[in-house]
Ligand binder design. Structure first.
Ligand code: ASP
Length: 454
């Protein structure tokens, strides 16, 4: 039998009702044998996510501050979820003592201690969920990431799965053929047997590693939205849902604005061409969005419009710049030496711009950059600009379609939007426009109307 890995995000495991919904989903398809769980997230806007609570607990513990109230909040949250499901309170309380044990561990390495505490959210939730499944007659077992082989690098808070994980985890296939396995997301163990978490949202990555190791037919990622839309619903009223898109299109869309799936989680499944399906736990009737290696050439060449603000640019003007060898390399080297990464580097005959995420800059950075550029490269002029938004038109179809650029630029100009920069990557998967941040929403709507409403 071929299996499906189902990963359920924080909001999908945040209440008893939502766990009952998961059971319904599992019963609908017997191939759903590997369940990857997040820690409980929010039901209501003002709730605190279990992971955030644990981060706070670990900070207080490291500073020797009082945190007993927070422990109560943590335990009460799990009791409020599992008690109504008739999991015996004594069992729930026994499993919850795991956090107390973790808090007694050495604090000499703050990041290591933090990861051990923070991982308790996923770990405890998975133990309890497996227990719940068994209590309603579904054969299930909790899988310990240390014993099963989720081996990761020892970069605490930003670990990466190591290649040997895939081989080790593949041996879970046998267990999957007999029952449902419940695997905690978000963390693994280093070669020294230390608990280390992935970056935030990393349960997606755990699911992707398992999907690849178990050679599944599909990786289902269950959240609280129907799928991926052609534009962000905060920007455009009721944008259409995308039925299917490619991994590359997904990467282009998530580069600015679309944060539905952890970026690092795409690679393990992409290498094996395993389809990812994003689905809504609260709306099973909706088929979700499928992410595949190749999609049918549907009627739309453009699949989505993404946008993001908060960029700045440094533009250099120098007569005969095009003849100076190594100019671009030296310019980018200045940013590299200052620990800054750049997003785009469009150039003209005698000018070049470097566009970067403004958040990286510290007070004084701009002056320093200008001073070093002047010293090393002697440009005729340097101009800086802040508050730039990037708006991107994405689609595999751009490669063979004539006129998308013209169509997009015309739509922007008809809306009175000044284009500061255009970048069409060499893969021709996207056209990115740099515009004034105050025009972001207007630009997204203009492009959306152009490509999706005509
Ligand atoms: N619970 C973790 C977080 O909130 C990991 C996850 O849910 O994927 O980031």
């Amino acid at each position: 039998m071929q299996f499906i890995v189902c990963k359920f995000g924080g909001s999908s495991v945040a209440s008893s009702e939502r766990l009952e919904q998961i059971v319904k989903i599992l019963k609908l398809n017997q191939q759903r044998r590997c369940v990857v769980l997040s820690a409980p997230g929010k039901v209501n806007e003002n709730d605190i996510k279990i992971t955030d609570l644990l981060i706070e607990i670990s900070c207080k513990a490291l500073k020797n501050e009082e945190y007993s109230m927070l422990i109560n909040d943590f335990k009460n949250k799990f009791l409020s979820i599992y008690k109504p499901l008739k999991v015996p309170v004594s069992k729930i309380e026994e499993i919850l003592t795991d956090l107390d044990k973790r808090l007694e561990s050495p604090k000499d390495n703050a990041s290591r201690f933090r990861d051990l505490i923070v991982a308790a959210g996923e770990d405890i939730n998975s133990r309890l969920f497996a227990l719940y499944l068994c209590s309603i007659g579904i054969k299930a077992t909790y899988i310990n990431p240390a014993e099963s082989g989720m081996i990761v690098t020892s970069v605490f808070g930003d670990a990466q799965p190591l290649p040997e994980s895939y081989m080790k985890l593949a041996s879970l296939k046998k267990l999957c053929s007999e029952q449902i396995i419940v695997f905690p997301g978000f963390f693994g163990y280093t070669e020294n047997y230390e608990c280390a978490t992935f970056s935030r949202g990393g349960s997606d990555l755990s699911g992707a590693v398992l999907a690849s190791a178990l050679d599944v037919i599909e990786y289902e990622n269950w959240t609280d939205v129907n799928g991926i839309f052609s534009a962000h619903p905060k920007m455009v009223d009721s944008p259409i849902q995308i039925p299917a898109l490619t991994y590359k299109e997904m990467r282009e869309l998530s580069y600015i604005g679309f944060n539905v799936f952890h970026e690092e989680a795409v690679r393990p499944v992409m290498l094996k061409k395993i389809p990812i399906r994003l689905r809504n736990t609260n709306n099973i009737a909706n088929e979700g969005t499928l992410i595949v290696s190749e999609r049918l050439p549907i009627e739309r060449d453009v699949i989505g419009v993404a946008s993001g603000g908060g960029y700045c640019s440094f533009t250099l003007q120098k007569f005969l710049m095009n003849r100076e060898k190594g100019f671009g390399r030296q310019l980018l080297g200045i940013f590299e030496d200052m620990g800054l990464s750049y997003e785009h580097c469009p150039s003209g005959v005698d000018n070049i711009s470097v566009i970067l995420d403004q958040k990286q800059l510290k007070p004084g950075s701009v002056n320093n950059i200008i001073r070093i550029i002047n010293d090393k490269l002697h440009p005729d002029e340097i101009r800086t600009e802040f508050g730039i938004a990037l708006v991107s038109v994405v689609g595999e179809g751009l490669v063979h379609k004539i006129g998308v650029m013209a169509q997009a630029a015309t739509a922007l100009s008809k809306s009175g939007i000044n284009i500061k920069m255009v970048n069409q990557g060499s893969s021709e998967m996207s056209i990115i426009f740099g515009i004034d941040a105050s025009d972001e929403k207007k630009a997204v709507n203009a492009l959306y109307n152009e490509f999706f409403k005509t």
